[in-house]
Design a protein around this ligand. Structure first.
Ligand code: NAD
Length: 352
């Protein structure tokens, strides 16, 4: 196993391997870049098949957090942690307290939060041993409505770019996944006059959407291929791939799911087919933005105003991608790197 030699290694500032024999904790914390602020990123608890897989994941995800934070204007850098093992077998308050001790040792360069396999309750145990934790229950609340609002303003920005106006009246939006984010997104789209087509694999949820929003229920394996103006993936990742892109009818893809492109080349494939893709980490940053406002002075309205800037960021990104003939997912990375380079240069000049 190699860290420096990994294809996902990107000059990460710190990669720390953490072991607590008593609780069975095996974890890795990666701080990718703190130019813009402390590396904020969730703690993923997952039964990785190998340490190599865990290293690759933590390196890749922490770098993604740097880019996400940069474009979201959160004043944070990028970090991530992974706990290796089966949460159902290993989860204990002691394990999360041990994790907190390792986070504390990093002195604030990493801020931990919940992610796949961890919850606000787990973070409450982490909080017993470190101050550097975000996303605690009762502080800034469930991030999903903020994420949904970011996707909503992102869809409007995409419509404006394609059609010259951002009205949702009569616009057909196919929403894949009616979970925490998808449901709230549907509510906002419905209120703005959109016509919804929805799919979910859970029983009964589409029927509820039909009653609540007049939505048309579609089979889960067909939702990406329906006649729609916008396809909003709000379920799992890798939904944009060799199988789905050729049958996609929507001209806009804008949803909350993480890692929507199965591979980077699928972003190019979308661009070649004339589909405007709102890069996932830009449009789904509402939850992260909301968390960075957390604190004793938390004000929901201020946080949501910040979330709404996702629309402006995407408008800039779409315009630049078109002007420079670059696929939008590549333009997002480029813009994030520019923000970080400028901040580094400014810091260098101030230090000189
Ligand atoms: P969730 O688990 O609450 O909802 C996901 C929904 O998708 C569920 O209702 C599930 O039944 C459905 N689903 C799963 N597979 C499906 C399929 N093949 N077809 C149709 N529906 C399917 O999750 P969420 O919190 O709403 O998040 C949705 C996506 O957005 C995830 O990819 C998540 O990583 C991403 N995301 C969420 C947030 C947030 O604030 N919750 C922030 C950033 C990114």
């Amino acid at each position: 196993m190699s860290v420096f030699g990994s294809e996902h290694f990107d000059d990460h500032e710190e990669v720390v391997f953490c072991r607590d024999a008593e609780t069975g904790l095996n974890a890795i914390i990666a701080v990718h870049d703190t130019t813009l602020g402390a590396g904020l990123g969730g703690c993923r608890f997952w039964p990785y098949a190998s340490e190599d897989e865990a290293v690759a994941d933590v390196l890749r995800l922490s770098r993604g957090m740097t880019y996400k934070a940069a474009l979201a204007g959160t004043g944070r850098g990028g970090g991530k942690s992974v706990i290796i093992g089966d949460p159902a077998k290993l989860r204990s308050p002691g394990l999360f307290r041990a994790m907190g001790r390792f986070v504390e040792k990093l002195g604030g360069s990493y801020i931990i939060a919940e992610d796949v396999g961890t919850s606000p309750d787990d973070m409450a145990h982490v909080r017993e041993t470190t101050r550097h934790v975000a996303g605690l229950a009762g502080l800034s609340g469930d991030p999903s409505p903020a994420t949904a609002h970011g996707v909503f303003v992102g869809i409007r920005a995409a419509l404006k770019h394609c059609r010259g106006n951002d009205s949702l009246a009569g616009v057909r939006v196919a929403v894949q996944g009616l979970g925490h984010v998808g449901w709230d997104l549907c509510r906002q789209l419905h209120e703005a006059g959109a016509k919804l087509l929805v799919a979910d694999i859970r029983d009964g949820v589409c029927e509820r959407a039909t009653k609540a929003f007049g939505a048309e229920a579609v089979a889960a394996d067909r939702i990406h291929a329906v006649e729609a103006d916008v396809f909003a993936p709000c379920a799992l990742g890798a939904g944009l791939n060799d199988r789905t892109i050729p049958v996609l009818k929507a001209r806009i893809v804008a949803g909350s799911a993480n890692n929507q492109l199965a591979e980077d080349r699928h972003g190019d494939m979308l661009a070649e087919r004339g589909v405007l893709y709102a890069p996932d980490y830009v449009i789904n940053a509402g939850g992260v933005i909301n968390i960075t406002h957390e604190g004793p002075d938390y004000d929901r309205e201020t946080a949501m105003r910040h979330v709404a800037t996702i629309g402006d960021t995407l408008a800039d990104l779409f315009a630049r991608a078109e002007a420079e003939d670059v696929a939008t997912h590549r333009m997002a990375d480029r813009m994030a790197r520019e923000i970080i380079s400028k901040a580094r240069e400014k810091a260098r000049l101030l230090a000189a």
